[in-house]
Every structure is written in structure tokens, then in C-alpha cells.
Design a protein around this ligand. Structure first.
Ligand code: BGC
Length: 768
């Protein structure tokens, strides 16, 4: 065959293959996937592994921000998609929220270029952080933050938030959500504690699983236009850096990593999460993004994770610029991809990432089989999402977007989470005819109610976008009538860069007004933040706020302290002079209404603390500490400051009614093999109001070969009881529930005695 004929034949074959790629029907996703993969050039494969941020393709002349309103820079978009084959885009533009229509328009255009003009016609997968409702969609239903949901101890709320958020994320045209956060909230100094489900691994596991089901579906799959692919984060051990500051080194022994941090991830991987985001930090000296052990050995091999592993923001280049373990970008790419990263959230300099990775493969430094593995995972997620058939979903097909039912779910989650921590002389609920002074920097702020990741990354735009919802002050005014409500801020937040401080704001007037009121509602806490801008040097509540509390308390009027904060700020100095303390966490757009309903008795509080509320910034110990943390004060000369001394314990929370626990019984006093033990307890509502109670079951290993935790939460359930009503709750435990991880990383249940506790009741059982 002469050269010209060979060329003609090759052209024909290419055309045939291309045609068959776009037209051919495949029996299975695998068939379609393998056929695509065979067709793709190395450059096309590498492009699939690249993720860029929206501003990179926005007009404005810089990759870091764009003109407003947002306009696509078509030259840049074509360069990214047609020249570099970029497979994924994330984030919003200029850090603000867009309408669903605008989202639809942007994503439709991106898909048009990808699916009509690119050789392989592979759709782009768009990803977003819709972490408590659709963060960056104007008008979406905004829920409480995850920490608040945890306080409900009711997994239905986690499921509902995820289900509604999936629907509204798809209404915005976006199919992939970087949520939920399953990091262990064991350190209250950490700026992202509010993004997780608190300090207990079991609570995180149960709530996390429900979020996966809500997002990805129980009976339907992510190809449904009402479901999204999830991305659990941040794998692994992100939330406990030694300094308490974001993205600084953590030191976690293997047994702790496995026993406390890994379990929730294991559970959601089994529940089918589609993707995992890697911890931006450094554990035991190893940057997680360069850890073959963590990403390939543990996540992919041991846990059998088949989905996409994505980096966190800039975390490949960070191996060079921040962690200094790679001399340049190319070495960083090599380390990360060989460690098992499938997609790089680059998110700016995509050319560099793509060129470096192509070169590394050509030089034999990264195997093409590693690239194929990554691309298989990415294409498989895109296929499962049905992106070829339905590349962009449109708001007009989502009549339930921000519907009344969705709003009701968001309100109910807040109402069931708000936690009553102190109620001296049963001052709460208040009568609706009292005259109140509402004061404090959190009294009149939608931003503070919502926290970070609300309309913008740091949440600073919430007051603009959420004007139609009620702040705490507005909700109280609606509840009891404006005439009975005086408002003087006393202290207000001040903007200083991204982080927020506070200052006096009519301080003495607030103190004067306290004297004239019947009751003071003092709203303290934090302004919104997340990630590094939320780093903290002192966990104690700010000086100005403590001062305001002290001065209004001197009025002699009962002060109701309302806490509105992403993490528990120490209040030991002022707590004794407060008549009541109510923790709202970050309750979202309907949190003000929920709080007012609780303060004035329309809702009976039933939230419980999902973390230990510390008394002192130097005593930060979780409830599942070792007995050595409880060395009591010595008799006589020595006084220990090392006894466990929280302000409020994990799981604590009061009600307006009373519950009595009785008759704890077990089906067997010994447990062995696979046979579970049944545990029963009776709970009665002995008060005069109907109420909800979280029944928690703890176990304590009395003696073990390594010092055991004082107790661990093993089961919980939330029940509702009318006055005088009694219910029996049944739990089941098996040997695995009594296990711990040995220093060499193995789960074992040791024979011996275990105490089972619920309320103040206890029983001892034996494992043999
Ligand atoms: C955060 C992630 C987030 C990502 C994309 C990072 O800075 O750590 O949690 O998903 O940004 O917005």
C-alpha cells in the first residue's frame, strides 16, 4: 500500500471510530469507558485530571477574579477545554452567589464547547461546595451548618438537608458536591469544627452516611437529575493539627488515626460515595497529598475505594511552595499522582500541570497505567452522573426549588438542634409579655447566624443576600411585638481584612437599658469565617463580649446568654452570672425564628452538645479521654489542674420537661462470638410538656491491655414523649462495638468486663 493510501485509510478509520464514539450504543458503562479510553491521547487523558476554578475562564484579565456580571472568556475556555482538555471546573466567580439561571447559562456554555467542539466530546464535571444548602446559589434553601445538625442527634435532618441540597444543586446545573465533611471535631480551636459533625466518631459515621444517602439516593442513583455525586473530605486526620491552626502539621498515632478518624470514612465508602478529597495538611511529617500509604494503600486498596480522589485547593503545587518536598511543580505532580491522586484542583495554572504530567509519563516517571486508572475513575463518575445524556440540568425543571417544604425542613433542623445548657430557676421559657433588652454583636446579623460558606467563602455577604430572613432580633420582635423589645448592640464586629474583631458600640447605653428591661437577651459568639482566616490565638470569648456580659449582669436583671458560634469559645468567667445559656451553633437562615420559638416556649428544646464545651483554653480534652485525664485534686497540699473539667459535657442539653430513665436490662450478661446482646431501657416523661429526648448508650472497657477510653458512645436514638408517657428503647451491641485499635493498627475486642451506661443507669456485661 502506498503512503497516500495508508493516510487515506487512517483518516477513514479515525472518522469511523469518532463517528462510532458519538453514535454507538454501549451495553455497559465499562464498555463505553474502555472504548473512550482507547481513543484518548495522553494529553486528553491528562486533561481529564485537571480541574480549574471558574474565574480562570472569566473575562477580566486575571485568573483570580472576573468582571461583574460574570462573562465567559471564550478564548480562555477554548484554550482550557480544546487545547488542554480540562475535564472539570469548580467554584463560583469573585466569591459571590449567582442565580440558578446564571448558573445554567454558564454551565450550558461550558458543556456546549466540551461536547460539540472537542474531539472526544466528553462533558465537563462541575463541582461546588454546597455544604449547608447551595452555598453559592442566590435564593437556595440555606440549612444550619453540619455541627448544628449533629446537635439534633437526629439523622433524619442530615438526610433531609442532603436530599434538598442535591435537588437545589442540580437546579443550579451542578452535579458534584464537595460535601459532607467527616473530619473528627476533636479540637475546638480548629476553624472548621463547624463544618463537621462534632467530636464523636460514631455520631459522625451515622450522620455522614445519611448525608450520602440524601445526596446520592437510596433507591435511585446519581444519574437521577435530583441527585449529586458526593465528595467526602478531608481524608484523613485534617482537623487536629497540633497548633489548632488550619493546614499546619498534625501528629496522630496509627491506632488513633484508625479508631477515631478512619471509621466514618469507611462507612461512607461502603455507602457508595463517589469521590474523596484529600487532607490539605501534614500528618506525622508526611504531606497527605504525597502519601502513597494514605491514598493508595489505605483508601484505594484497604477500603476498596473505586471512585475519584481529588486534591484540595492548590495542594499539588503546595508540595513545592509550602511543604518544600518537591523542587518544582513537576516533582510535586509526580509525587501526588504516584501517591494516587486522580484529579488536581489546580485551580489556576492548568497549563503547567498538564504539561508536567504529560512529560512525566513520556519520561517514564509516572506510568500510563496510573493515568488510565485515574481517568477511568473520572469518566466512570461522569457516566454514572448521566452527563452525556443530560449535560446540564435547568431551573425550570425544579419547581420545588426553595419550596415551603424545604424551608420547613431547614427550620426544623435548627429548632431540634438549639441546645439549652443552663436554665436557672426555670427562667426559660419566657412569657411573651416581658420587656427585653436584646444586645450583643450576634443579635442582628444573618452573617453570624450562618457562618462561613454562605453566599461567599467567608460568609461575609450573608447580610446582603439574606435580608428577607430574620436575625435573632427580628425574630424576637415578631414573636413578642416590637414595643417590648429594646435593641442596643453594646459590641459590634469590625471588619479587618478577612478576619473579624469586635469593638464597643453604644456599650454604656446597653448597660443602662439592661436596668430598665425585665430580661436581657445577650447574643454573643463569633462572626463568620472558615479555613485559615478563622485561625485563633485564644479560645476565650473576646474581651469586649465578656465585658458586656459582666456589665449587663450587674444590672441584677436575669441575663439569657445566647451563644452563636462555630466552635465553643470559653465563657467560664461569665457563665455563673448568666441565668440561662442557649447554644444556637450556626443555625442558618431560619435559626433566628427557631431560637425565638424556644425562648418563648413554642418549641421545647431537644438539642445536645456534639462536642465537649471546654472551660479553659488549656484543657481541651474530648469526652472519650483516658482515665489519666481525670486525676482528681489531691487531698492536702497539692492541687491538680489536670482533672477533666469541661464547662458542659458532650451529649449535654436540657429540656423544658423532665425525663426519667429506669429498668436498664440486658438480654445476656455475657457476649461472645457474633451473637449480639440486646439492651432495653424505659424512658418516661415526668414533666408537664411534651418533649424529645436523645437516648444515648455508652460503653466503658473496664480494663484493657492499653489504657481504655473512659467511655464511648455506641448507639443513640431520639424519641418523643407526651407528658406521662413511657417508652422502651431497645439497642443491640456486638463484640465489634467493644473493640479498640492496638498500637500496631489491629482491631480487637479483649475478653473482660464492660460497663453499659444510659442516663445514670449502669450494667456490667462480660465479653469472652
Ligand atoms: C477547602 C475544601 C473545598 C475546596 C474547594 C478548599 O480550600 O479546604 O473544603 O472543598 O477549597 O472550594
Amino acid at each position: 500500500m502506498n503512503k497516500a493510501r495508508v493516510i487515506r485509510l487512517m483518516i477513514f478509520l479515525c472518522a469511523f471510530v469518532l463517528f462510532s464514539c458519538s453514535e454507538k450504543q454501549y451495553d455497559t458503562i465499562d464498555e463505553k469507558l474502555e472504548s473512550l479510553l482507547e481513543e484518548m491521547t495522553l494529553e486528553e487523558k491528562v486533561g481529564q485530571m485537571a480541574q480549574i476554578t471558574l474565574d480562570v475562564i472569566g473575562k477580566g484579565g486575571s485568573r483570580y477574579n472576573s468582571y461583574e456580571p460574570f462573562l465567559i472568556d471564550t478564548v480562555m475556555l477554548r484554550k482550557a477545554i480544546l487545547e488542554y482538555h480540562v475535564g472539570s471546573i469548580l467554584n463560583t466567580t469573585n466569591n459571590y452567589a449567582l442565580t440558578p439561571v446564571k448558573w445554567n447559562e454558564i454551565i450550558s456554555f461550558i458543556q456546549q464547547i466540551a461536547m460539540e467542539e472537542s474531539r472526544m466530546k466528553i462533558p465537563v464535571v462541575y463541582g461546588i461546595d454546597a455544604i449547608h444548602g447551595v452555598t453559592y446559589t442566590d435564593g437556595a434553601t440555606i440549612f444550619p451548618q453540619q455541627i448544628t445538625l449533629a446537635a439534633t442527634f437526629n439523622p433524619v435532618h442530615a438526610y433531609n438537608m442532603a436530599r434538598i441540597t442535591a435537588y437545589e444543586t442540580r437546579a443550579s446545573g451542578i452535579p458534584w458536591n464537595f460535601s459532607p465533611v467527616l473530619d473528627l471535631g476533636a479540637d475546638p480551636r480548629f476553624s472548621r469544627q463547624f463544618e463537621g459533625f462534632g467530636e464523636d466518631p460514631y455520631l459522625i459515621e451515622i450522620m455522614g452516611e445519611q448525608m450520602i444517602l440524601g445526596y446520592e439516593g437510596i433507591t435511585d442513583s446519581i444519574s437521577s437529575p435530583y441527585k449529586v455525586a458526593t465528595c467526602v473530605k478531608h481524608f484523613l486526620g485534617y482537623s487536629v493539627p497540633a497548633s489548632g491552626k488550619d493546614r499546619t502539621p498534625a501528629y496522630i498515632p496509627e491506632n488513633m488515626l484508625r479508631e477515631y478518624h478512619l471509621e466514618p470514612f469507611k462507612k461512607v465508602i461502603d455507602a457508595g460515595t463517589e469521590s474523596v478529597m484529600i487532607n490539605s495538611g501534614i500528618i506525622n511529617g508526611i504531606s497527605s497529598h504525597a502519601s502513597y500509604e494514605l491514598i493508595t494503600k489505605i483508601l484505594k486498596e484497604e477500603l476498596g475505594f473505586k471512585g475519584v480522589v481529588v486534591t484540595d485547593w492548590m495542594d499539588i503545587i503546595n508540595l513545592h511552595t509550602r511543604d518544600k518536598i518537591a523542587v518544582d511543580n513537576k516533582e510535586a505532580v509526580k509525587l501526588a499522582v504516584n501517591a494516587g491522586i486522580d484529579m488536581s484542583m489546580i485551580p489556576y495554572e492548568f497549563e503547567q500541570f498538564c504539561q508536567d504530567l504529560v512529560a512525566l509519563v513520556k519520561e517514564g516517571e509516572v506510568k500510563e497505567s496510573r493515568i488510565d486508572d485515574a481517568v477511568r475513575r473520572i469518566l466512570s463518575m461522569k457516566m454514572k452522573l448521566g452527563l452525556w445524556e443530560n449535560p446540564v440540568t435547568k431551573i425550570e425543571d425544579y419547581p420545588e426549588f426553595a419550596s415551603e417544604t424545604s424551608v420547613k425542613e431547614a427550620y426544623e433542623a435548627a429548632a431540634e438542634a438549639i441546645t439549652l445548657l443552663k436554665n436557672e430557676y426555670k427562667i426559660l421559657p419566657l412569657s411573651k409579655s416581658v420587656k427585653v433588652l436584646v444586645t450583643g454583636p450576634n443579635a442582628n446579623s444573618m452573617r453570624a447566624l450562618n457562618g462561613g460558606w454562605t453566599y461567599s467563602w467567608q460568609g461575609e455577604k450573608a447580610d446582603r443576600y439574606a435580608q428577607q430572613y430574620n436575625t435573632i432580633l427580628e425574630a424576637i420582635q415578631h414573636k413578642i411585638g416590637g414595643i417590648n423589645v429594646q435593641y442596643v448592640p453594646g459590641v459590634s464586629y469590625v471588619e479587618t481584612g478577612n478576619y473579624y474583631e469586635d469593638k464597643d458600640d453604644r456599650f454604656s447605653e446597653a448597660v443602662q437599658q439592661a436596668k430598665k428591661a425585665d430580661v436581657v437577651i445577650l447574643c454573643l459568639g463569633e462572626n463568620s469565617y472558615t479555613e485559615k482566616p478563622g485561625d485563633l490565638n485564644d479560645l476565650t470569648l473576646s474581651h469586649n463580649q465578656l465585658n458586656l456580659a459582666k456589665e449587663v449582669a450587674k444590672s441584677g436583671k436575669p441575663v439569657i446568654l445566647v451563644l452563636n458560634e462555630g466552635r465553643p469559645r470559653c465563657i467560664r468567667e461569665i457563665e455563673p452570672s448568666m441565668a440561662a445559656v442557649v447554644q444556637t451553633y450556626l443555625p442558618g437562615n431560619y435559626g433566628g425564628d427557631a431560637l425565638a420559638d424556644i425562648l418563648f416556649g413554642d418549641v421545647n428544646p431537644s438539642g445536645k452538645l456534639p462536642y465537649t464545651y471546654p472551660s479553659y483554653p488549656n484543657s481541651l480534652v474530648t469526652y472519650y479521654h483516658k482515665p489519666a485525664e481525670e486525676q482528681k485534686r489531691a487531698e492536702g497540699a497539692y492541687v491538680y489542674e489536670s482533672d477533666y473539667n469541661p464547662q458542659y459535657e458532650f451529649g449535654y442539653g436540657l429540656s423544658y420537661t423532665d425525663f426519667e430513665y429506669s429498668n436498664l436490662r440486658v438480654s445476656s450478661k455475657t457476649i461472645s462470638g457474633n451473637k449480639p446482646v440486646e439492651i432495653f431501657v424505659d424512658i418516661a416523661n415526668t414533666g408537664s410538656l411534651s418533649g424529645k429526648e436523645v437516648v444515648m448508650l455508652y460503653t466503658s472497657d473496664l480494663y484493657a491491655s492499653i489504657t481504655p477510653d473512659v467511655k464511648r458512645l455506641r448507639r443513640f436514638t431520639k424519641i418523643e414523649l407526651e407528658p406521662g408517657e413511657k417508652k422502651t428503647v431497645r439497642f443491640e451491641l456486638n463484640a465489634r462495638d467493644l473493640a479498640f485499635v492496638t498500637p500496631d493498627g489491629k482491631w480487637i475486642t479483649e475478653p473482660g468486663e464492660f460497663e453499659i451506661k444510659t442516663g445514670s443507669l449502669k450494667q456490667v456485661i462480660k465479653y469472652k
